[in-house]
Design a protein around this ligand. Structure first.
Ligand code: XMP
Length: 516
């Protein structure tokens, strides 16, 4: 394992992902973890992340010098670089010389372990106030910027490396290469980690954990729960039952996809609960977005509980249902304080909540994986492309993509428009470029149109294509005009009561991705 020491501000997650992209397994540990504990995990290398602090601040995170003396290769980035510099006797000044954003880097020493084979001038992403003016003894300065004399250094003999900038960020043009140079050349690690290892490991562990007991899993139609279920199915077969609640707010073909494609690919036992009427009744007359969300969440829990109670009643006897499968991902684990598994919980998250008095043991086979890795696992498990490469879709479904009251007619109309947009985006090969493209019906808005020589008075449909890395921030996708034109023409021709298609050109912030 390569440990990524987290000094805050979300850089660590990105670094851990980049390390895994280099096919080396990595995990994040907090900077408060004692060095002895880090070393006890036998890391092949340690990376120190950036962070929001200044090394001069009172109470700024520190590191025990022992970390640098254990013979483990260390790579410091940004704050981690400055910490390495100060801890080992270099000089970091609060010069007031700030650098933020894209910065030209001058590589001063060819033949350096990190920079070999990369250009003498490259663009890097900086974000710092303090600057290193003298490297520690025994270190060679390998790069500088117009402002910072020591922007990178290395001590090849001791296997210690550092850069002032953020190589993990896309804007650092040779960042991944430099990270790989550290891992492969500096630390001598063979790139061998694959998601295939995860499947074998998890299948064995789940078999061992579950024995002859039973497990249930709520399917949402999303990637994570599908892959988690498929993995557990591979391990324990018919001892797993999946529950899928069809609330009628799904997109065209989605329920069928779960019912047919997913079952065909996995052979899983599936209980589909048709709860469309129940949801429509509960949503009747409601226009407030938050109220809609609450109603959908509440009804979902009720239906899920009921289905679960039925499964438990059917299964009771020699094989009690003892386990609940959840598609928790590594970022969820890290964000909620990380660390080792919670064994016995009353779960109210992800699946949508469970009865208070039901205790389950959790199976979370994806809790060490990032989203793109989950997709790879799904692919290796033979799940269909349409499930594995699905773009994010909100739990409340189309219910929050109709601005106004949700009715059966409006849902059908939106489903048609959405299906056309998705079809054209896929045909244009844009699925991977676009993070997601909500299609929104402005049900309470009408505008005048002319179609077939007659006047129309119909509703607008909004296209909201966005590009994003994690949905926290997003930009509107600059899509080819001809694709937009095809979508617009088809929607206004083929969808009844729609006579206008508009494009949402707002980034997030200020707009959220969804309209409600
Ligand atoms: P917003 O609209 O907040 O959306 O910018 C960010 C991302 O989250 C998705 N989203 C949801 N996902 N349950 C979900 O599972 C929800 O209630 C929900 N609301 C928004 C949204 O599609 C986008 O990817």
């Amino acid at each position: 394992v390569v440990l990524v020491v987290d000094f805050g501000a979300q850089y660590a997650q990105l670094i851990a992902r980049r390390v895994r992209e280099a096919r080396v397994y990595s995990e994040i540990v907090p900077s408060t973890m004692p060095v002895a504990e880090m070393l006890a995990r036998n890391p092949k290398a340690i990376i120190l992340s950036g962070g929001p602090s200044s090394v001069y601040e009172e109470g700024a995170p520190r590191l025990d010098r022992a970390l640098f003396e254990a013979g483990v290769p260390v790579f410091g980035m940004c704050y981690g670089f400055q910490l390495m510099a100060t801890t080992l006797g270099g000089t970091v000044d609060n010069t007031g010389a700030r650098e933020y954003g894209r910065t030209p880097l001058h590589v001063s020493k060819s033949g350096s372990t990190l920079f070999e084979g990369t250009p003498a001038e490259q663009s890097v992403w900086m974000s710092h106030g303090d600057a290193c003016s003298a490297a520690p003894e025994g270190f060679t300065v390998t790069a500088s910027t117009d402002v910072v004399p020591v922007a990178a250094f290395e001590n090849d003999e001791k296997k210690l490396y550092g850069v002032q900038y953020h190589p993990e960020v896309m804007h650092s043009t040779h960042g991944q290469q430099i990270l790989e140079h550290f891992l492969y050349r500096g630390a001598g690690i063979e790139p061998s980690w694959t998601t295939g290892n995860v499947i074998d490991e998890q299948v064995a562990a789940i078999r061992e954990q579950v024995g002859d007991k039973r497990a249930i899993c709520g399917l949402s139609g999303g990637v994570d729960s599908a892959v988690a279920a498929a993995l557990v199915q591979r391990a324990i077969g018919d001892q797993l039952t999946c529950v899928y609640v069809d609330h009628g707010l799904m997109r065209k073909g989605e329920t069928e996809q779960v019912e047919k494609d997913f079952v065909a690919a996995t052979g899983v036992q599936l209980k589909v609960v048709d709860a469309q009427e129940r949801f429509l009744d509960a949503l009747a007359g409601v226009t407030d977005p938050e109220e809609k969300r609450k109603i959908i969440g509440r009804e979902f829990i009720r239906v899920f509980e009921q289905a679960q109670a039925e499964i438990i009643a059917e299964a009771s006897g020699d094989q009690p249902v003892e386990f609940l499968v959840q598609g928790t991902l590594y970022p969820d684990v890290v964000e909620s304080g990380g660390g080792t598994g919670t064994a016995n919980i009353k779960s109210h998250h992800n699946v949508g909540g469970l009865p208070e008095d039901l205790e389950f043991k959790l199976i979370e086979p994806l809790r060490k994986l990032f989203k793109d890795e989950v997709r790879m696992v799904g692919q290796e498990l033979g799940l269909p492309e349409e499930i594995v490469q699905r773009q994010p879709f909100p739990g409340p479904g189309l219910g929050i993509r109709i601005v106004g009251e949700v009715t059966k007619e409006r849902l059908d109309l939106l489903r048609e428009a959405d299906a056309i947009a998705r079809e054209e985006l896929t045909a244009a090969g844009l699925d991977r470029d676009i993070w997601q493209c909500p299609v929104v019906l402005l049900a309470d808005v009408r505008s005048v149109g002319v179609q077939g020589d007659g006047r129309t008075y119909g509703h607008p449909i909004v296209l909201r294509p966005v590009s994003s890395e994690d949905a926290m921030t997003a930009d509107w996708t600059r899509m080819p005009y001809d694709v937009l034109a095809r979508i617009s023409t088809r929607i206004t021709n083929e969808v009844k009561d729609v006579n206008r298609v508009v494009l949402d050109v707002t980034s997030k912030p200020p707009g959220t991705i969804e309209w409600e």
